[in-house]
Design a protein around this ligand. Structure first.
Ligand SMILES: Cc1cc2nc3c(=O)[nH]c(=O)nc-3n(C[C@H](O)[C@H](O)[C@H](O)COP(=O)(O)OP(=O)(O)OC[C@H]3O[C@@H](n4cnc5c(N)ncnc54)[C@H](O)[C@@H]3O)c2cc1C
Length: 195
């Protein structure tokens, strides 16, 4: 995992603690609970026309993220992680020296910590946003989206969009291959049209 992503996730209590934790970077990994969000945010123009993104995860989507974090913690514990640092500061990290071969998912100390994590207030969790998609949806009719199935903007001639924004909805998985495929298709369509 990239240093900037991991360092961001180490909770700050004080300078010394942060430096000590950061020194452990070479022994750490950082896992993301990536949610396919059900609910949406919005993009709206400022007075000067520049776009502003407004997005607050809904209670439903936050619960999906939290369930993912709990699942990741269980996987890491069973695989032998000696310390688990959660993305909420109200929950202390969980430490264990028990060898992986002797661990069970229902070990009492771990179970208590997992219950804390399940009940934690995730409105205070450190969340990041990635893989934005679908802000200029491809649609069958102009009422339902921004571009047609060839990537052409419905109500404007000679304007095409060929990126993640034309996804009809969030893919829920890493998007790059799909973006490349859609862009390739739209580009070929434009080239054919130019002939
Ligand atoms: C750290 C990180 C890790 C990722 N890891 C993965 C991964 O493992 N797998 C995966 O599938 N996806 C991953 N992604 C997501 C993936 O990289 C993006 O979803 C994808 O690159 C988006 O493609 P795009 O063409 O829609 O937009 P972009 O790749 O962002 O392209 C937009 C382009 O438009 C240009 N631009 C912006 N404004 C203007 C303007 N006014 N005029 C002209 N040009 C402009 C920008 O310079 C840029 O080149 C990752 C993203 C990040 C940030």
């Amino acid at each position: 995992m990239l240093p900037f992503m991991t360092m961001l996730q180490i909770p700050w209590h004080d300078g010394l603690q942060y430096k000590v934790d950061a020194l452990g970077f070479r022994h750490m990994n950082n896992f993301l609970s990536l949610a396919r969000d059900r609910d949406t945010g919005s993009v709206y123009p400022e007075a000067d026309g520049s776009p502003t993104v407004a997005y607050t995860p809904s209670t439903f989507d936050r619960a999906s993220i939290q369930a993912g974090v709990v699942a990741i913690a269980k996987i890491c514990y069973i695989q032998g992680a000696t310390e688990l640092i959660p993305p909420v500061r109200s929950i202390p990290s969980f430490k264990s020296d028990t060898p992986a071969s002797e661990r069970n998912i229902d070990d009492s100390g771990f179970s208590i910590w997992i219950t804390q994590l399940e009940q934690a207030d995730f409105t205070k969790a450190l969340l990041v946003s990635g893989h934005q998609m679908g802000s200029c949806r491809m649609s069958k009719t102009k009422e339902q989206g921004v571009v047609d199935q060839h990537g052409k903007v419905w109500e404007t001639e000679n304007l095409y969009i060929a990126d993640a924004s034309v996804f009809p909805s969030a893919s829920g998985v890493n998007p790059m291959i799909t973006i490349m495929a859609i862009s390739d298709r739209i580009a070929r369509g434009i080239a054919a049209g130019l002939k």
